[in-house]
Design a protein around this ligand. Structure first.
Ligand code: NAD
Length: 470
């Protein structure tokens, strides 16, 4: 795989300040496919300075012109779709078809949405005798995870650019090659020098330096709740704006009267897609006691449609998890589930292949709300099925974790499902299989985060208000 031995700062690839490198590993076969520089505080400082220098010019650029450049960026990404998908398959292990359709398809849709929103958004509002100006926050420090290597980047960069902010991106250490391709696309699209800057590196060094840098006005972080708490504390101490998109343990609530077969099949797909590495994955399936065994059999049968293997093979539907650490961690959770008394009905902790960080698609029945696998985020292809007695019980279980990111409700009719969804402590709920919408605000209640991404709500995160009284 092609890798730049430098940082994209001020519109050019520049040598890194230090000599350390991060090796990129293909999780499907454990081979090293490239290396990128491990940035230091010095690299971060250079990138923040470039972003700061570019800020006044970009903020003063007409919104329609900024939006047109986001459109141009979208077109470059679209033209390089295959190359990006292949890179995501190589460094994340995503099956190629899913990489093309979702890993590249979703960010293209997000970029398109901001190419439109950026041009039409009301950056000035009239309120009584005031005019409210919505102005860009300034320099953004964006820190992203590996699970959707392009989407997580575009979900921050596109709205920030539309708002008139400039950025420094510190992508996840496991998937820096996709981030480098993105930087190439920014360049090719003609986005002015310094508006977008890329520093690869580790979280504790480059990430921490970016979050703490006094030239950064807003830290936008997506990742684990543990790191998010740290970043929130750092930003809070400096009175910096912060947006946190964190973990989840989302509930898929199947109410009596719902189409059980469809609800179970959709729910299983939601967990298995991306090998369970979606922050909003519906990892807890809640089924009424009377339909419980039927749902368990349906789920156990459904995972058979997710064979693991080489992600470049079109027959593969379940790729590996991202790295050796996650491989151990996910299988550790499966062992813990068995130990705590859950009933394994599919999969298990044994690795299905000798090489590669594969985990068998796993389904647990007889999971109780207090079990570790029902409370903690596993981030692997593991589904827990819980039984409930009545709606109140279902609600208590659904709301009974520290998280509140996603969710789903299935019922005989929309009205019943919506009434239940209103009582869920979570940021997004899919009603009877409702589809992902790039304009809908995405983000968490409780410890799943602070702030929202996507659509107009995502754009508002990058704006601050100034009111003029007349
Ligand atoms: P992580 O928190 O370890 O890393 C995320 C990013 O933060 C990486 O770029 C990493 O280098 C950086 N980082 C790590 N330590 C840092 C520090 N001390 N200071 C600054 N930056 C630091 O998470 P991960 O393992 O990459 O991702 C998985 C987690 O992300 C899961 O918990 C998942 O639920 C969550 N996630 C949430 C969303 C969402 O939108 N809510 C989306 C994707 C992933």
């Amino acid at each position: 795989m092609k890798a730049h031995d430098g940082m994209y700062i001020g519109g050019a690839w520049r040598p890194a300040a230090g000599r350390d490198r991060i090796e990129v590993v293909n999780p499907a076969d454990e081979t090293v496919i490239g290396a990128v520089p491990a940035g230091t505080a010095e690299d971060v400082d250079a990138a923040v300075r470039a972003a700061r220098a570019a800020f006044p010019g970009w903020a003063a650029t007409a919104p329609a012109e900024r939006a047109a450049l986001i459109g141009a960026l979208r077109n470059v990404l679209a033209a390089r779709k295959s190359e990006i998908a292949e890179t995501i398959t190589a460094e994340l292990g995503s099956p190629l078809g899913f990489a093309e359709m979702v890993h590249v398809g979703a960010p293209l849709a997000v970029a398109s949405s901001y190419a439109e929103l950026g041009a039409s958004y009301a950056f000035e509002q009239r309120l009584g005798n005031s005019t409210v100006l919505l102005e860009p926050v300034g320099v953004v420090g964006a820190i992203t995870p590996w699970n959707y290597p392009l989407h997580q980047v575009v979900a921050k960069v596109a709205p920030a650019l539309a708002a008139g902010c400039t950025l420094v991106l510190k992508p996840a250490e496991d998937t820096p090659l996709t981030a480098q391709l993105f930087a190439e696309a920014v360049h090719e699209a003609g986005i002015p020098a310094g508006v977008f800057n890329l520093v690869t590196g580790t979280g504790p060094v480059a990430g921490q330096a970016l979050a703490a840098h006094e030239g950064v006005d807003l830290v936008s972080f997506t990742g684990s709740t543990a790191v998010g708490k740290q970043i929130g504390a750092t930003a809070g101490a400096a009175v910096k704006r912060v947006a946190l998109e964190l973990g989840g343990k989302s509930a898929n609530v199947i109410l009596p009267g719902a189409d059980l077969a469809k609800a179970v099949a959709t729910g299983v797909g939601h967990v298995m897609n991306n090998t369970g590495q979606s922050c909003n994955a519906l990892t807890r399936m809640l089924v009424h006691r009377d339909q419980y065994e039927e749902a368990v059999s349906l789920a156990a049968a459904a995972v058979a449609a997710y064979p693991t293997g080489d992600p470049t093979d079109p027959a593969t539907r379940l790729g590996p998890v991202i790295n050796a650490k996650q491989h151990q961690r996910v299988r550790g959770y499966i062992a813990k589930g068995v130990e705590e008394g859950a009933r394994l009905v599919a999969g298990g902790a044994d690795a299905p292949h000798e090489r590669g960080y594969f985990v068998a698609p796993t389904v647990f029945a007889d999971v109780t709300p207090d079990m570790t696998i029902a409370q903690e985020e596993i981030f692997g292809p593991v589904l827990s099925i819980l039984a409930y007695e009545d709606e109140e019980d279902a609600l208590r279980i659904a709301n009974g974790t520290v998280y509140g990111l996603g969710g789903a409700v299935w019922a005989a009719d929309e009205e019943t499902a919506v009434a239940f969804a209103r009582r869920m402590d979570t940021g997004q709920v899919d009603i009877n299989g409702g589809r992902f919408n790039v304009l809908a605000p995405f983000g968490g209640y409780k410890q799943s985060g602070v702030g929202r991404e996507l659509g107009p709500h995502g754009l508002a995160e990058y704006l601050q208000t100034k009111s003029l009284q007349f």
